[in-house]
Design a protein around this ligand. Structure first.
Ligand code: MEV
Length: 330
């Protein structure tokens, strides 16, 4: 048998970084999905093929048998392949545990529309889709919350304890999510016409989080910026409930300014944010840890995407509407 599941990536509408200090944040699933196809093998080996996993400008076309010490098809540094494939190994372990099949082997094929390392939740989407596909392949159907929980365990292990539940919950459940500490819930929301700009780089989340912590320790008043982001998120929840997209855009603009104050924006992110605004977006901000990576704008028209695609700092510009559906079997 063969089973394919898919799961969406995500952007932060509001609240990254402040969420580390207990404020709420609002990640949203986007219509850019990772597809994972799984076939159970007759032996207990794991064979992983991945087309087009772009990491830091590399493309990994890994087509080896990890059990047999397989190698990537192209010259990609081993640590990068190992990091990407570590998620798959751990996801398969979760599926084996959930289905009580500790020696099950699989052929796994990953096909992702979400650039890796861009702050768009690609690893969570691969893990969520992988757990769902592998458990189904073994005859077990987990509910999306259990997939989210098991995917969080994977990220927690692979990232040495440095994972929040936001990415995995959002990818498994879909929609607009409110995260506060370990509490995740989905929120009612209007259609959100996201446009994403990606500068082709990725930055270390741990370093950026540590940078905010150092700034906060040196300048006590920076804590007020963190609180202001929390207040903005609470105001944003009301705008979501009212379906008030114009106010959501204005709040995104303010959120970007506050994130700049925390020192996590950068030239390419600012250039893309301004391009999207000049193109007519309702609002725009960086999404994720910052430094570089991606911005998200709200624009029902085509102006922001066009403006981004003409921006030298922007490597890729694309629409990705709010994904109402989380993990699903294809
Ligand atoms: C990174 O995607 C989001 C941060 O808030 C870190 C975290 O929540 O773990 C910057």
């Amino acid at each position: 048998m063969t089973t394919t599941s898919s799961a969406p990536g995500k952007v932060y509408l509001f609240g990254e970084h402040a969420v580390v200090y207990g404020e709420p944040a609002v990640p949203c699933a986007i219509e850019r999905r990772a597809h994972v196809t799984v076939s159970e093998r007759e032996d207990s080996r794991l064979r992983v093929c991945s087309g087009d996993l772009s990491i830091d400008g590399f493309t990994v076309e890994y087509s080896g048998d990890r059990d047999a010490g397989g190698t990537p098809d192209v010259d990609v540094p081993a640590p990068i392949v190992d990091a990407a494939m570590g998620y798959v190994d751990a996801a398969v372990e979760q599926a084996r545990a959930a289905a009580d099949a500790p020696t099950a082997g699989f052929d796994v094929t990953i096909d992702s529309e979400i650039p890796l390392g861009a702050g768009l939740g690609s690893s969570a989407a691969v893990v969520v889709a992988g757990i769902d596909a592998a458990t189904r392949e073994l005859g077990v159907e987990l509910d999306a919350r259990e997939v989210a929980d098991r995917a969080y365990q994977v990220e927690h292990t692979v990232q040495d304890g440095e994972a929040s539940r936001a990415d995995t919950f959002c990818s498994a459940m879909g929609g607009v999510v409110r995260v506060s500490g370990d509490d995740c819930t989905t929120l009612d929301a209007p259609a959100l016409p996201f446009v994403i700009g990606y500068d082709g780089t990725s930055h270390d989340t741990g370093e950026l989080v540590a940078g905010v912590r150092a700034l906060r320790e040196e300048f006590g008043f920076v804590a007020d910026t963190v609180t202001a982001i929390g207040d903005l998120v609470r105001r944003g929840e009301a705008a979501l409930a009212d379906g008030d997209v114009a106010t959501l855009g204005r709040l995104m603009d303010i959120n970007h300014g506050l994130l700049s104050g925390l020192g996590v924006s950068g030239r390419t992110l600012d250039a893309m944010v301004w391009a999207a605004r000049d193109g007519g977006a309702d609002g725009a901000k960086l999404t994720g840890a910052g430094g570089g990576g991606s911005i998200v704008a709200l624009d029902a028209g085509s102006g922001a995407e066009t403006a981004l695609s003409l921006t030298p700092d922007c490597e890729a510009a694309f629409r990705a509407d709010l994904a109402r559906e989380g993990v699903r079997v294809e």
